[in-house]
Design a binder for this molecule. Structure first.
Ligand code: HPA
Length: 276
């Protein structure tokens, strides 16, 4: 029996296929201020989220809200320029719907990116990090609710959400491109308020290296579907709880734009060398 979710996934995927006859293999999610990667895609078609049935549309400045399909470094990709977050009022299931549609379109690998606060005192705003593991501190999970066994298991394994082969590839590409790449654990909070100093101390005590408001739901949904995942974080501010300056969204976007050329260079190299 076809589940309601499966039906909506297929409906959305079919709407995209009708607009753009193209089969992507790599799904890319572009985080806050990192949308310029899409400029390097040899575009076959662009579909605004608003024109895809059941797709959530973003309400945050810096998140354009369109799907860019085409070739990046010779690989067929579908890049999400903009994503939605729990703090906008969407459910975790709504947040991950686009990932499921990209899977329905043919993507079996996910490269997800985000902007986040750095928890390590030795790190600097502007650093890049490859995600080795995550902590779901959002108090919800996109898999809550009925499970469609044809999509994935009721109780999916989450012992290695980030593909070690892809982490290693990212680190090798960083060396070749002479880009400093940190590695670490990403913790997701709901937001939208930034963390208090006490919360940051707690998160650091958890063993997290970066804190942000996205990515974890998408990764859980992707792993549920059996997709391989690579996660990259742009450290846009130092969330040590000791900064003289409070964090602002404007500062997050400014630093993201500043590091964007380095991020683009690294991602292009990774995609070029990635086996799909
Ligand atoms: N905290 C949470 N989310 C973020 C931050 C932060 O410091 N920076 C960018 N996204």
């Amino acid at each position: 029996m076809t589940s309601e979710l499966r039906r909506r996934m297929e409906e959305a995927a079919e709407a995209v296929r009708r607009r753009v006859a193209f089969e992507p293999k790599l799904a890319i999610v572009l985080g806050s201020g990192l949308g310029a990667l899409a400029d390097h895609i040899e575009t076959v078609g662009v579909v605004p989220y608003a024109e895809i049935p059941h797709f959530p549309t973003s309400t945050v400045p810096g998140h354009a809200g369109r799907l860019v399909l085409g070739w990046l470094e010779g690989k067929p990709v579908a890049a999400m320029q903009g994503r939605v977050h729990l703090y906008e009022g969407y459910t975790a299931q709504e947040v991950v719907f686009p990932i499921r549609v990209l899977f329905a379109l043919g993507c079996r690998t996910l490269l997800v990116s985000n902007a986040a606060g750095g928890l390590n005192r030795e790190w600097r705003a502007g650093d890049l990090m490859v995600i080795t593991d995550h902590i779901n501190f959002q108090g919800t999970n996109p898999l809550v609710g009925p499970n469609d066994d044809s999509l994935g298991p009721r109780f999916p394994d989450m012992s290695r959400p980030y593909d070690p082969v892809l982490v290693e590839l990212a680190e090798r590409c960083a060396v070749e491109e002479r880009v400093v790449l940190r590695r670490g654990v990403y913790v997701a909070v709901v937001g939208p308020s930034y963390e208090t100093a006490a919360e940051l101390r707690m998160l650091r005590g958890f063993g997290a290296n970066a804190v942000g408001m996205s990515t974890v739901p998408e990764v859980i949904a992707a792993r549920h579907l059996g997709m391989r995942v690579l996660g990259l974080t742009a450290i846009t501010d130092m969330a040590t709880g000791e900064a003289a300056q409070p964090v602002t969204h404007e500062e997050v976007l400014r630093v993201a734009r500043e590091l964007e050329p380095r991020f683009v260079r690294l991602v292009r190299r990774i995609v070029r060398e990635m086996e799909l």
